[in-house]
Design a protein around this ligand. Structure first.
Ligand code: HSE
Length: 301
């Protein structure tokens, strides 16, 4: 039996669109077991009743990539999914499914593929590296490109906790990407390049004054904020409660707030601001975790 644990992730961090992502201490568990025949998928936890149990399941599709690449597969497969990462709110649930499926399948076959190859497969499936890379590798990842052109590094951070608030509004990533212009001005591109570099330095130094000025974006948030009800009110509530910076988590609808202190108060303030606007919401204070997905093998294979 193979047990995979994969962390949630928050991508972009404001200006670092498709390039920055961090692993958070909220985990999905995936259990893989070889069986004599058939495909059996059990799902519990977040939106369990809506997820497919057949070959179209994202975890299985990822596993299938590994089986195809290696040219071997178990005769039958049982997959049990315990989902704790909310789905459709910008916390990397699809990246966790992809990374979990790839790792589970690879472990079942005796680990023929390196983490590097698995990362490339994951980026190809997701289309961008900023959730899958930290889900697999942990910490803050700066990544750019895909396939042959993928360049990435992991940045060691001082202990960091982030506030995540999600309104009960699902934003499909595809839809949030469709809203973005295909071309941007040189001014906006230059603005984001500089701000992205500054965000990484601010996080690395734990410099919240710098972060406050650095975490601004012109490439995606101005177009996406209208998908998030009460966006302005929630950002303001977070700032008033002590957040240095607030950004859309991935493609949304969740928001992430960074602050040196008062995390619980900020979480409550953000949740209440959503609720005041009539939107049920949840909020967490989560640590950034240095370790990415883990694989545990137990019992007879
Ligand atoms: N960088 C991606 C986006 C993350 O913002 O569309 C999606 O989870």
């Amino acid at each position: 039996m193979i047990t995979i644990t994969v962390p949630a992730t928050t991508a972009n961090l404001g200006p670092g669109f498709d390039c920055l992502g961090m692993a958070l201490g909220l985990y999905n568990t995936l259990i893989f077991q070889e069986v004599p025949e058939g495909l059996f998928i059990e799902v519990e936890g977040e939106r369990a009743e809506e997820l497919s149990r057949d070959r179209s399941n994202l975890v299985f599709r990822a596993a299938e990539r590994v089986f195809q690449q290696v040219g071997r597969r178990p005769p039958g497969l049982r997959i049990r999914l315990i989902n704790r990462i909310p789905i459709g709110y910008g916390l990397g649930s699809s990246a966790a499914a992809v990374v979990g499926g790839l790792l589970g399948a690879n472990a079942l076959l005796g680990n023929p593929l390196s983490r590097e190859s698995l990362l490339n497969l994951a980026v190809a499936m997701e289309g961008h590296p900023d959730n899958v890379a930290p889900a697999l590798l942990g910490g803050l990842i700066v990544a750019s490109g895909e396939g042959e052109s993928l360049v990435y590094t992991r940045v060691t951070l001082p202990p960091l906790r982030v506030v995540v608030a999600v309104p009960d509004v699902v934003v499909p990533t595809k839809e949030a990407r469709r809203l973005l212009p295909r071309q941007v001005s040189l001014d906006d591109a230059v603005f984001n390049i500089g701000r992205t570099a500054l965000v990484v330095l601010a996080l690395e130094r734990g410099d919240y004054d710098l972060l406050e000025r650095a975490m601004e974006d012109r490439l995606h948030q101005p177009y996406r904020r209208r998908l998030i009800p009460a966006y302005g009110e929630v950002v303001q509530a977070a700032r008033e409660a002590g957040a240095a910076a607030v950004a859309i988590s991935g493609a949304g609808s969740g928001l992430v707030a960074l602050a040196p202190r008062n995390h619980e108060e900020i979480a409550q303030a953000m949740r209440h601001a959503f609720v005041r606007a009539g939107i049920p919401a949840r909020a967490w204070v989560l640590p950034v975790v240095e370790e990415g997905a883990t694989v545990e093998v137990s019992g007879r294979r």
